[in-house]
Design a protein around this ligand. Structure first.
Ligand code: FES
Length: 106
């Protein structure tokens, strides 16, 4: 796994991410959907495993899940699992905070 810097710090990340609003980042050629919920930042694959829609166009619910805007499959931001297992799990990416920035493990 390679750690890639995505923000210059936690404050920068908080300034650029809106609570519960998915944001698309492209890191090392991978499309990543990033969501801030409270003090936690989640990162999952942006490509819906059902039929490829961009999950960063979706909505986040109170159960820490992202809802695909196309056919409504619902994926946990914590585990990547679709709650009814109608489609395969999303890939989840770890986030870590260092003194010089916020990193994602790719
Ligand atoms: S493409 Fe996401 S639910 Fe169908």
């Amino acid at each position: 796994m390679q750690w890639m810097k995505i923000f210059s710090g936690v404050d920068a990340a908080r300034g650029k991410l809106t609570e519960n609003k998915p944001r698309l980042l492209v890191v090392s050629g991978k499309r990543i959907c990033v969501v801030k919920q409270g003090d936690t930042i989640y990162a999952v694959s942006d490509t819906c495993t059902h039929n490829g829609e961009s999950l960063s166009k979706g909505k986040v619910n109170h159960a820490c899940e992202i809802v695909c805007p196309w056919h409504g499959h619902i994926f946990s931001l914590k585990t990547g699992r679709e709650y009814q297992q109608r489609s395969t799990d999303l890939e989840c990416y770890p986030i870590k905070e260092e003194t010089d920035g916020l990193y994602i493990g790719i």
